[in-house]
Design a protein around this ligand. Sequence first.
Ligand code: C2E
Ligand code: CA
Ligand code: CA
Ligand code: CA
Length: 272
Amino acid sequence: AKADGGGIFRNFEPAFEQEQLRIRRTEQELLRALERGELTVLYQPQVDVETERIVGFEALVRWDHPTRGRLLPGVFVPIAERSRLITRIDAFVLRRACADAKLLTGVTLSVNLSPINLRAAGIADDILATLRETGFDPNRLELEITESALIDPGAAMPLNRLRESGIRLALDDFGTGHASLVHVRRYPITKIKVDRSFIMNLGIQRDAASIVEYVVRLGRSLGVTVTAEGVETREQLRFLRAFGAHHAQGYLFSPPLPLEAAVKLLECQRSG
Ligand code: C2E
Ligand code: CA
Ligand code: CA
Ligand code: CA
């Protein structure tokens, strides 16, 4: 920092340094969080659009910070991705979710995989080893990846290997990246998840309905499952039904739940 501190840097530099400091501190705390078991996993139901019955759960990580309280992934996943801690976080979530999901019988388990991890050598082997060790059926697992993970041609090998082992592959946040269609055809993608930003505007913005209708039709014609994320209203669900979307996920059905609550919800559905 400049000693006399004139001009715009006077305000900018300390803020920048503070931000760097905050990131470094969060990194150190994250490492400790992994060691002390401060990370937990919640499960959000995904339902069949027609019947509204649960077909799967998405595992979503949370950090129970000793002083800052429960933190959302938006606060720490980007920092973890910079420092490679994301490898350990995703490995932890996968292992925990596979162990937990033995209680979530008869439905799919979806787990997020950071693009950083898809690039790591031996990623497919590591994932398959975790499934073996936890005794989890690969046919019940779905990995959610984003379009940015597919820009790298190196993604083809691990993805093909995972798909050949029975694991399903969902393209997350669909519609927010580039060249998505090409990727759905080039990789063994089995599902697209239409991004919440489109669902949010159904019934509000005329264009949103056209876009979602188009994406659903496209997905169906490519033979993949179409899931809508962030469904919050009955009206949105009506649009999705009319367009022929397969699955939906969102607060209309349930927020992400602790394992026990997710198990109860599933049991409730079975008995009711
Ligand atoms: P995502 O994969 O798109 O997950 C869906 C996010 O939308 C979740 O936020 C979920 O709680 C939220 N959501 C679900 N239904 C609704 C709704 O009706 N309305 C609104 N407004 N939001 C809804 P969350 O749990 O904060 O996760 C944010 C992002 O963090 C995820 O977005 C995903 O990209 C990432 N993430 C979460 N868990 C993991 C993980 O274990 N590994 C990695 N690499 N990323 C993760
Ligand atoms: Ca996801
Ligand atoms: Ca998503
Ligand atoms: Ca999203």
